[in-house]
Each structure stands twice: as structure tokens, then as C-alpha cells.
Design a protein around this ligand. Structure first.
Ligand code: GLP
Length: 251
């Protein structure tokens, strides 16, 4: 269940290879995309390999997990800007197939309903990438979110706003709310890869290991998913008993 690699670069090799294999076997796959520092080396490796192999990504469809309310696509800290900078701007994606929640939507509620519906119309997600917050959130589903939830607007916790403040300028506030895919939207994915790297993720990984499935630690829902894998580097795995994980070599 836990797959542990020596460092972030070997994690990036493994996860990007899994993405490449998905694109090769299903060129019109639907991918669930995540943001955050953890994903940056993964997308960088994916771009490199896609170019080397001259793979066509134009038939892929993507759905992003979340977006800050109030930030438009041109705001440097919007997840739309993140995706352009770290992935979409570098390869031949078809823009019409790239879906992100709209942080400036006029009716957020209506937009959320439409976002979940659009995912279902596309046949659901084949492979969902996930990071994890230091409080166990996935997407922006904070502790206590129902496992049955669909796309919705969420008030961000103090913990999450502090964690994410490192991406914002000193005089800039982290938005107080966000749109996120719901827990059910995420767990409907046919395959899930959750990635965590660095020692600041070690305590929440230890909690995951010790806990039953509980809505107070959102990512424990993955214990119930038939095809969910948790990919860690040594630092994130450092508080887990070695007997529960499989050490993996570079891909
Ligand atoms: C944000 C995102 C999550 C992400 C988490 C971890 O809150 N909404 O989708 O998984 O942060 O981010 P990082 O990879 O930067 O630790």
C-alpha cells in the first residue's frame, strides 16, 4: 500500500512513468490533476519524457482538483496559472479539454454542480493524482468533509492557509475559500496515486497508518479504494514502521 522511494527525484520518475503508461495505453484518458509543491518535479519529469518519446497529449482530458475563490486565471497564485506554468504551457494539450474550477464564477454553487456533472459526462477519471495537506486534506476537502460530497465551496482552515502562504507574496492574503472536487468525485476515480514527500508530511502519514477510515482525516478514505497507491519518499515515510512499506528502486 505504501511505496517508498529514496528521494523526490525517484518519486518523480515513478509517478511520471505511471502517467506516461496511462497516456500510451489510453491516449484519450481522463486525468485528475493536482497542484502544490509535491507535483512540480513530477510534472517536470513528465514533460521531459513526453518530449523524448514524442507522445501526443492532445487527446487527453484533465480535471483539476481545486481553485481559490476570487482568483482569476491571470492571478499568479491561481491554480490555473500553476497548471500553465508547470504543465499545460509546455506540451501540446488541447485547451478545450482542460477543465479547472472557475474561482470567479458568478454562481459558485451552480458552477460546482456543473463541474461534477462534466466529470461524469466524460466518463469519470481514469487516473487521479493527489497530494495531501498536513492536516490530511485532499483537494481542499478539509477534515470533517463528508465522504459523499461532490464539488463544493469550502472555507479553508487556518492550518491550510498558513501552509499555503509560502506561495503568496508577503503582503498578500491566502484566499479564505476555495472550490474543490468533493470526496466522492475523487474516490470515483478508477485509479488513484497519492504522493507525499518531505519530513513535514511524516506526522500525517503516521496518523493515516494508525487510524481507521475517518472523515476527520480525509485521505484515510483511500484505505477503502481498490486501486489507490500511496507514494512516498524516505522523509515522508520516516515515522512509519518499516514493515508496512515496500521499498522501491528508481523507475
Ligand atoms: C494544497 C492543495 C492540495 C495539495 C496540498 C499539498 O492545499 N489544494 O491539492 O495536495 O496543498 O500541497 P504541497 O504539495 O505543496 O505540500
Amino acid at each position: 500500500m505504501f511505496l517508498v522511494f529514496p528521494d523526490t527525484s525517484t518519486v518523480a520518475d515513478y509517478v511520471s512513468s505511471t502517467l506516461i503508461n496511462t497516456v500510451k495505453s489510453k491516449p484519450n484518458a481522463v486525468l485528475g490533476a493536482a497542484t502544490g509543491g509535491t507535483m512540480e518535479p513530477i510534472y517536470a519529469r513528465f514533460i521531459e519524457k513526453t518530449r523524448q518519446l514524442q507522445l501526443d497529449v492532445s487527446r487527453l482530458t484533465t480535471f483539476n482538483l481545486d481553485e481559490y475563490v476570487g482568483l482569476g486565471v491571470d492571478h499568479s497564485q491561481s491554480y490555473a496559472a500553476y497548471m500553465r506554468e508547470h504543465l499545460f504551457g509546455h506540451l501540446g494539450f488541447n485547451k478545450a479539454r482542460l477543465h479547472l474550477p472557475d474561482g470567479l464564477a458568478e454562481s459558485l454553487e451552480e458552477h460546482c454542480r456543473d463541474y461534477s456533472a462534466r466529470m461524469q459526462q466524460h466518463g469519470g477519471i481514469d487516473l487521479q493524482l493527489l497530494g495531501v495537506g498536513s492536516n490530511g486534506h485532499i483537494g481542499f476537502n478539509e477534515p470533517g468533509t463528508s465522504f459523499d460530497s461532490r464539488c463544493h465551496v469550502v472555507e479553508l482552515s487556518e492550518r491550510t492557509r498558513i501552509d499555503n502562504s509560502r506561495f503568496f507574496a508577503e503582503d498578500e492574503m491566502v484566499p479564505g475559500s476555495a472550490i474543490t472536487m468533493g470526496m466522492k468525485d475523487i474516490t470515483d476515480a478508477r485509479e488513484i496515486l497519492l504522493v507525499a514527500t518531505g519530513e513535514n508530511k511524516a506526522p500525517i502519514l503516521a496518523k493515516y497508518f494508525e487510524s481507521d477510515v475517518t472523515e476527520t482525516i480525509p485521505f484515510t478514505v483511500l484505505k477503502r479504494h481498490p486501486r489507490a497507491r500511496i507514494i512516498l519518499d524516505e522523509a515522508a515515510a520516516s515515522l512509519l514502521p518499516a514493515s508496512v512499506f515496500q521499498r522501491a528502486a528508481a523507475a
